[in-house]
Design a binder for this molecule. Structure first.
Ligand code: ADE
Length: 227
């Protein structure tokens, strides 16, 4: 059985508790398919105030996360297990997408670093980081929510996490197409009817209809992802 271990380094562990204690990611944990370890960087901070950030060389607004606490923390974690990737969440990273989630879901151990303020000292990136991921072209106040997005997208792909083994394969983006519209009961609501084909029981017609709907949606909303 494939199971995954993800360590997340953060200065705001509270921000990560909510997203991981519900729904599918919680179930992954309960089933022993995904273990999450939240590591509080402050514990590696310097001096009586457990300092983790400092002014940037060269001047300019905003603090930078210091080398020493991060290096100590990462080195200690690395001494305990072999990480397949050390990921730094940053708006200047490679934009996250479904194929990246698919690839990461096949790994065994991941370490994710959440940045804050102006980011982390470049030397930590040079020394330890193997992958830099952005969740989109906007700036969040920290890497935690971005890390939660990556863990959610990756965690739900681990075999056995979703009840329906095939449902992750039919998600939007898995085949460069957006998902088709979906309906559930009742078959008519406020004069709006579920398309007849979905009630027909004819599987090949249903597949064909869904494919065309996917194609249409993708053409109108996301022509950039069409092959
Ligand atoms: N930290 C701040 N903004 C971010 C983004 N867009 N993606 C990943 N990490 C971030």
């Amino acid at each position: 059985m494939n199971s995954m271990f993800i360590s997340i380094i953060t200065v705001l562990p509270e921000l990560l508790e909510g997203p991981f204690s519900h729904s599918i990611i919680k179930r992954a944990g309960d089933r022993g398919l995904l273990e999450l370890e939240i590591v509080h960087l402050r514990e590696y901070g310097l001096g009586p105030h457990k300092q983790v950030d400092d002014y940037q060389y060269g001047g300019g607004a905003g603090m930078v996360m210091m080398c020493e606490p991060l290096d100590k923390c990462i080195s200690e974690l690395k001494s305990k297990r072999n990480y397949d990737e050390v990921i730094y969440m940053t708006p200047d990273g490679v934009t996250f997408h479904q194929k990246m989630a698919n690839i990461l879901s096949l790994k065994t151990n991941l370490l994710i670093i959440c940045g804050h303020y102006k980011g982390i000292d470049q030397r930590i990136r040079d020394l330890h980081v193997t992958m830099e991921i952005s969740v989109g072209d906007y700036v969040l106040s920290g890497g935690e929510l971005a890390a939660a997005i990556v863990v959610d997208a990756v965690g739900r792909l681990i075999p056995g996490v979703l009840n329906d083994g095939t449902s992750a394969l039919t998600d939007s983006f898995q085949d460069n197409l957006l998902a088709p519209p979906v309906y559930t009961r009742p078959s008519e609501y406020k004069n709006l009817k579920v398309p007849d084909v979905l009630l027909s029981g004819n599987e090949s017609h249903i597949d064909e209809w869904r494919y065309h709907q996917s194609l249409q949606r993708t053409e109108s909303r996301r022509p950039d992802i069409l092959d």
